[in-house]
Design a protein around this ligand. Sequence first.
Ligand code: 13P
Length: 248
Amino acid sequence: MRKNIVAGNWKMNKNLQEGVAFAKDLETALAGKTLKCEVVIGTPFVHLASVASATKLAVAAQNCADKASGAYTGEVSAAMVASTGAKYVILGHSERRTYYGETDAILKEKVLLALANGLSPIFCIGETKDEREKNAHFDVVKRQTVEALFNLSSEDFSKIVIAYEPVWAIGTGLTATSEQAQEMHAFIRQTIADKFGKEVADNTSILYGGSANGGNAKELFACPDIDGGLIGGASLDVEKFIPVIEGF
Ligand code: 13P
């Protein structure tokens, strides 16, 4: 059955010492609690190895290169990410698509390299405000899913976690309503079912991201097709992150 996941995405926040201290504090705060989800922390590259060895919590990178190795100054490969002990890699975040020009074609390569190196991609999809206002949100999300992921075998697709993050909800305080999120998650699951079959679709974890926090997590996570969250701002403080984790 599909897994519930609450994943923090620190984005470009916290230095190394702050990151390691956070991971230890979070692990201590969670000790003794009965968790109904897997907790993941998504750190900058620099922190990965230290955080992965400081905690038993699952660790995610926020990106990896679209090339396997070689003369690509400044890039970090999927193999390097895997060698730190990270289990996941966030790919296709809207900030990467918007600020760093990541296209569906580039993301397709990144997904293949992540999988080849034993990483599970947390693959982000989502429409802009303009696209929603034009009623193009379903088409956009479908295109992002099909173009980067539908070349995979069912076996490989089953290692993917989807994160639906409407761009208009990220960092804005404008969380999607649980009805809007559930509607899109159900659509994504149906799109997966049409390609890979109902069993694969039912086993795919689909997370919601975009101004999710301790105040709205419970309602979001209660929706039948919402299997957790990808959390930005509310993942930066242990006291704010724990109520999200306890949304399950
Ligand atoms: P916020 O939770 O800060 O809106 O960020 C969401 C996000 O982009 C997680 O990847």
